[in-house]
Each structure stands twice: as C-alpha cells, then as structure tokens.
Ligand binder design. Sequence first.
Ligand SMILES: NC(=O)C1=CN([C@@H]2O[C@H](COP(=O)(O)OP(=O)(O)OC[C@H]3O[C@@H](n4cnc5c(N)ncnc54)[C@H](OP(=O)(O)O)[C@@H]3O)[C@@H](O)[C@H]2O)C=CC1
Length: 425
Amino acid sequence: MDMPLPLTEQDADALIGDMGRRARDAARVLAGAPTARKAEALRGSAALLRERSAPILSANAADMARADASGMTAAMKDRLQLDEERLEGVASALEAVAGLDDPVGGLVDERTRPNGLVLRRVRVPLGVVGIIYESRPNVTADAGALALMAGNAAVLRGGSEARASNAAIHAALADGIEGAGLPRDAVQMIPTTDRAAVGALLRAQGLVDIIVPRGGKGLVARVQDEARVPVLAHLDGINHSFVHASADKSMAEAIVVNAKLRRTGVCGATETLLIDRTYPHGAALVAALADAGCVLRGDAEAQVLDPRITAASDEDWDTEYLDAICSVRIVGGVDGAIAHIAAHASHHTDAIIAEDEAAAARFLGEVDSAIVMWNASTQFADGGEFGLGAEIGISTGRLHARGPVALEGLTTYKWQVLGTGQIRP
Ligand SMILES: NC(=O)C1=CN([C@@H]2O[C@H](COP(=O)(O)OP(=O)(O)OC[C@H]3O[C@@H](n4cnc5c(N)ncnc54)[C@H](OP(=O)(O)O)[C@@H]3O)[C@@H](O)[C@H]2O)C=CC1
C-alpha cells in the first residue's frame, strides 16, 4: 500500500486533496443514505472479515514480525496483535454498530415561538472526518464503521506499525460498503506511512471537516502546531485514582489494582495513585499493587509505606507509562487530590474511591476531566462499557463531545425553521 518515500509537502497536499475531494463526494451520498443500506454495508464488511481471516491474520503476522524486530514493547504488541478471537471481535463490533440507532435525522429538540415559528434542531453528519490513530488494527474497522453509520465519510491514517493489518481490514470494509451500493470512497485509508500526509490532513481546510487525533505526546505537539482543521482531540490518558480517607479497604485495593494493571497499555489505565494522608490502609494498598507486579515510584511520604517504592522524579507526575509502573503521591484530602489532578492530569479519566458522599460529590464536581468516576476503575473509560456500542476513542478536548465518542459524537445539528408566512418586525 505504500507510496514511494519520502513525500514532499506538495505530494502530500496533492494526495490528501484528491482523497478529500472524493471523500466530500461520498459524504454527500452518505448524508442521505438510508439506515438499512448503511447497516447492510457493515454486515457485509463483517462477513468479508470472517471470510478473509487467513490473509488478514497473515498480514498481521507480518506487522508483528516487524514489531518484534524493532523491539516494540509488550504492551504495544498486545495492541497490535490479532488472532481468530480478536478478529471475530472486530467483525462482531461492525455488526453491533449496524444495529445501533441511526442518529442522522434525529430530533434534538423543538420549540414554538410566540409568533408561531417552529424551531427544530435535527442531527446531521459532521461531513468528512479525518482520523489519525495508533497501531491498533481494530480501530480501522471501529472508526470506519462509526463514521459511516453516522453518515460521514472517513479518511483514516492508522499507525505505521499496523500498516499491513490495516490495509487488509480496510479492503474488507471498502468492499462491504461497495457491495451495499454505497461509495467505496466513504472510508479511505491514506496509502502511505509518511508523516507528511498527516501534516497535509491537518491542513486540509475545506476538504476535511474535523480531525480526530488519537495518540500521545508526539501527535499532540504536531496537532497543536499545525492543525488548521477543527480538532476533536483523543489524546493521552494521565489518569488518577484517588483513595480518600473514607475508602473501603478491600474495594480500594480491588479498584486500584484493576485500574492500573488490567491492561496497562490502554489510555484508560491509571498512571498515578493519590492516597489521602489520613487513609489508614496505605501500606496494604501499595503492597497489593507491588505484589501484583507493579513497579512503584513515590514521593518521600509514599516511600515510607513500602520499601519497594523508589523515589519519583518531577517527571513521573506527568508521565503516561502505559506499562506496569505507577507513581504514588500522598495528598491532603480532596483539596490535595484536586490540586494535583489540576496540575498533572490530561483531562481524560480520574476517579475517587470513597465512602464519604460529600467528598465524592466535590471530586465529581470540581475535577475537570472528560470522565470523572466514583468507586469504579478508570479502565471503564470505553464506549462499549458506557453502552455506546463502540467508540472512536475518548475525547480529551473540551468542545462538542467529551469522553467516549460514538455515533452521536460524530454528528452535529442544524436548525430547521418552519413558518407560516412570518416576517420579522
Ligand atoms: N484518548 C484516546 O481515546 C486514546 C488515546 N491514546 C493515546 O495514544 C498514545 C499511545 O499510542 P502511540 O502508539 O504511542 O501513539 P502515537 O501518538 O505514537 O501514534 C498515534 C498516531 O499518531 C501518529 N503520529 C505520532 N506522532 C506523530 C507526528 N509527530 N507526526 C505525525 N504523525 C504522528 C502515529 O503515526 P506513526 O505510525 O508514524 O508513528 C500514529 O498514527 C497514548 O498516549 C494513549 O493514551 C490511544 C488510544 C485512544
């Protein structure tokens, strides 16, 4: 699928310009496509994924071999790897999206003015959505499917380590879409791993309506510097679990171990444990993590709790490890936790574990993150777990949609004004 490298800026602009124009044409068709047709496209794609499981898994094996050779971490390889069961999960997710309620045309609200004008807000697709994401092949299917079902055309740019898997999955999706009589260009995959194409996508004003960047610090910096297209940021998860003085001991241990270690490579994993200075079971809490194989780095007060905690540096409070490593800080009550989170969180997901309702209410009200939780694991940060069927990812920005983004988050609305001849005085 790769074009010759390196791409000049002009080559990249020409490539994205052409893809963007084709996407725009496809988006016009999709905006009016019947729900049944979109669902048929996704069910057809799911069937093709199953039919083509052997070539898709061998494409994935090629990606995995390159990952091994390049020394990719175990957590990153876990995200990249497919097997029969995971591929079945990808196909089933397409069918699940096909069964979701179509948001397009839905009535958001309606009111009648004293002059008799009827004002309605009706859901419409965003248009052309550019999605830049990590080396996780299932996202190719999930993102393409959600964009399509919400009536949008998608231009996908997956992580370079997953290029063979992505190309194989994308081909099944495009064939399924075409097989249902919808434009093949509805979901396009950028055919190069050259990052010049990411720059061109970020500059594609007028061709791309919104960019969803899913990724970490390198991507954040580039998006902040270069984006000319509106951005729905899906960025890193520097997430906190705060154990309040009133927390139940066994609940706190179970939640914290799960939040940190269930899958260390997902963006909803906890990276920093905050312990209330007056919580009486701090030593048992950190021991539960250390015994489960987690490396702990703490401030001086935390280090007193367990000899296995080494000294944290300032950098640790701003680090997303995506690994079995956790920073631990002792804080003074809810105020201390809120202050630490305000200074170091990435506004993704933060949780309080507490029996005290007033403490929890303050945390839920005052922590400014897309998802705030009470007595639950931060690993629940997931569209499927929220009952949305699937997700593009977790929006960490402030506008339009926050937290798990699925069909509704991929739409906007327009006003329909119904008169009976009114003129404005
Ligand atoms: N909020 C959310 O929903 C999600 C957030 N994440 C976050 O993603 C990060 C982990 O994934 P990781 O694989 O490290 O992600 P990266 O940020 O390294 O990569 C993500 C995508 O961005 C591209 N990219 C990265 N840097 C640049 C750049 N400077 N210029 C152009 N393109 C760039 C990558 O391309 P290339 O292949 O060329 O490297 C890849 O396609 C974590 O921080 C995690 O929290 C992950 C999933 C969901």
